[in-house]
Design a protein around this ligand. Structure first.
Ligand SMILES: Cc1ncc(C[n+]2csc(CCOP(=O)(O)OP(=O)(O)O)c2C)c(N)n1
Ligand SMILES: [Mg+2]
Length: 524
């Protein structure tokens, strides 16, 4: 890898898709410091990664020796294990503990290795070894009876599932069928709950839709499954909430709940389902499922290009979705690409989606795709990158070439830091320092040895995507997308709407009326 941050993102991608421990290693000082942002991403996404951070010789530690960095202070709070090997005799035991922590606690272990330790010999006949196990965890019977009683007394029941629902698709659908409950999900649960789901009402939250938002807000009983969704305003104010989560620290931490239990979602539902009473009234569920269908129809209408001379990010995403493989691995950059990916890519039983939803970092898509591709030869791996995002770690496109990783990168090139532009406008400010003067990324990609092309017109896009996806090697498609498409939250609150009006007034008065007219043309 060219940049250690990209290396950490790649290791994180590989660890997530394989479920296996994945290592990255760096040299002293800056060489192991550069990983930091990717390490936070991996740790927040519960990817079992080990970082081997080289350290200067032990004798010089504490004297501001060249390249001395206190890695324990830096990585200690963003990892599940962080320690230095102090003597050669400790090497095996600490390495085992680091690996075991990364796998069992699901996160990043950082092992700091002074150079002189690397050079020493140690007896390797002590049989310390990594032990891991996968216990089945579910609440006890009395607790299950109690939550069943709460759920059974509900009349308008909704299910809200998060990333802890992976592997429990069928059990959740069975519970929804019994309870006549709509199923809303967090963005991180898209690939677990959206596919083959007749009760799906989609995502709530900032990038969600109004069907899921209202289903969760208006139910009288909410079954919160493996979801630690952070934005409190999206939880219901008056409903009874039953929460189940494998992590005890998640219970009741976002919103007060009626009863919360520790358990694996699949195992817990298997034990809970026989205790649930079958409901017959489907009106609550049907209403929101229907509303969600209308949302999708409206979204698809927005995805149809209105103009032949420009391309919206939505249309680009929808076309890639249509042409991508049924088992594609798709990584989206923080920014508009992640929003469009979650809204416009269709989940299947085999597709997987990767985005920086907890740490919220830019630039993760392309390097994460490198790790996904390395671990999954022959599978289609797509990165949806922002022009801001791709510019940050551009050098590692060379890794795709050098290691023959046939990732497909689409650059959503709106010529700006779009998200920040929107944020500034919704605060009533005129956008400042968000403009990006970009090169022709298609030509840059070609010069770096990838297949590269830049497209600006809607009627050239489909053929270009066909060529891009069919290319056997790494390929980058730079697409000039409309710069003003807005990301609308499900319920437009007074604040942003007011801010937008204020921006409009300032734009007109400040001479940016052209921007405002473009924005209105694209969005309304
Ligand atoms: C490393 C990092 N720096 C800054 C931010 C703040 N930020 C969030 S989105 C964004 C703009 C992203 O621009 P781009 O990649 O072009 O995507 P767009 O929103 O334009 O689609 C910025 C600066 C961040 N999340 N991560
Ligand atoms: Mg941009």
């Amino acid at each position: 890898m060219r940049h250690e941050e990209a290396g950490a993102f790649a290791a994180h991608g590989e660890a997530l898709i394989t479920g296996n421990l994945t290592a990255c290693a760096g040299s002293c000082g800056p060489g192991s410091l550069h990983f930091i942002n990717g390490i936070v991403e991996a740790n927040r996404n519960r990817a079992p990664v080990i970082l081997i951070a080289s350290q200067i010789v032990r004798d010089e530690l504490g004297f501001e020796f060249p390249q001395e960095v206190d890695f324990k202070a830096i990585y200690g709070s963003i990892s599940v294990y962080c320690d230095m090997i102090l003597t050669p005799e400790q090497a095996r035991r600490k390495t085992v503990m680091a690996c075991q922590s990364a796998i069992a606690k699901r996160g990043v272990a950082v092992l700091i290795v002074p150079v002189d330790i690397s050079h020493s010999d140690a007896k390797d006949d002590v049989p310390f070894a990594v032990h891991t196990s996968l216990p089945v965890i579910r609440p006890n019977d009395a607790d299950l009876d109690q939550i069943a009683a709460i759920i059974n007394s509900g009349e308008k029941i909704a299910i809200y599932g998060g990333s802890g629902c992976r592997g429990a698709h069928d059990e959740i659908l069975r519970a929804a069928e019994i309870l006549k409950a709509p199923i809303a999900h967090t963005s991180r649960a898209k690939d677990s709950l959206e596919y083959d789901n007749p009760y799906n009402v989609g995502m709530t939250g900032l990038i969600g839709n109004e069907a899921a938002y209202h289903a969760v807000r208006e139910c009288d009983t909410l079954l919160l499954l493996g979801a630690d969704f952070a934005w409190r305003q999206f939880y219901p104010d008056h409903a009874k909430i039953v929460q189940i989560d494998i992590d005890p620290t998640h219970l009741g931490r976002r919103h007060p709940v009626t009863r919360a239990l520790v358990g694996d979602i699949k195992a817990t539902l298997e034990a809970l389902i026989p205790r649930l009473h079958k409901k017959s009234d489907t009106r609550f569920r049907d209403h929101f499922v229907q509303r969600h269908r209308e949302v999708i129809a409206h979204q698809m209408e927005k995805a149809t290009p209105k103009r032949r001379d420009t391309i919206s990010g939505i249309y680009l995403t929808e076309l890639i979705d249509r042409m991508a493989a049924d088992d594609a691995l798709v990584a989206g950059d923080d920014g508009t690409a992640t929003v469009w990916m979650h809204r416009y890519f269709k989940a299947t039983a085999k597709r997987r989606f990767y985005a920086s939803l907890l740490h919220g970092t830019m630039a993760a898509a392309m390097p994460t795709a490198l790790g996904l591709q390395k671990a999954s030869p022959g599978r289609q791996v797509i990165a949806l990158s922002g022009d801001g995002g791709i510019g940050m770690l551009l050098g590692d496109l060379m890794t795709a070439v050098q290691h023959k990783l046939p990732i497909k990168v689409a650059v959503f090139n709106n010529g700006k830091l779009g998200f920040i532009d929107i944020e500034q406008k919704s605060e009533g400010l005129l956008p400042l320092y968000t403009h990006l003067q970009n090169p022709d990324f298609g030509a840059v990609a070609k010069a770096m040895g990838l297949w590269g092309r830049t497209v600006a017109k809607a009627d050239e896009l489909e053929a270009a995507i066909g060529e891009w996806l069919a290319h056997p090697g790494p390929a980058l498609l730079d697409v000039n997308v409309e710069p003003m498409t807005l990301v609308m939250p499900p319920a437009i609150e007074f604040g942003p709407a007011y801010g937008m009006a204020l921006y409009s007034a300032r734009a007109v008065l400040g001479g940016q009326a052209h921007d405002l007219i473009e924005m209105i043309k694209e969005n309304i």
